[in-house]
Design a protein around this ligand. Structure first.
Ligand SMILES: [Zn+2]
Length: 88
């Protein structure tokens, strides 16, 4: 099995993790990543972090893509944005 030398020569698979999460890798590449993650805590950790970031982005989609009615509210100044930022 030398066909993945190009990928594995870097040692880690960080560059493939996003594509891996999104399911954009070929079956062979997925297997390579899985095999590497099994023995590499660094890349496993990276994968967990990436999953967190990506699901956080999905959950906060509304923040980045407000609905038209929400935009209208913001325009009217109905949203107290400073108060939103201070709710910690
Ligand atoms: Zn690694």
């Amino acid at each position: 099995m030398n066909e993945f030398d190009e990928v594995s020569s870097s040692g880690h698979v960080e560059d493939l993790l996003v594509a891996y999460i999104e399911g954009r890798l070929s079956t062979a590449e997925q297997e390579l990543v899985k095999a590497h993650l099994h023995g590499c805590s660094k890349c496993s950790y990276e994968l967990g972090e990436l999953r967190n970031v990506m699901s956080a982005l999905r959950d906060n989609k509304r923040v980045f893509c407000p609905s038209p009615s929400e935009l209208y509210e913001v325009q009217r100044g109905a949203w107290n944005l400073e108060a939103c930022l201070q709710t910690t």
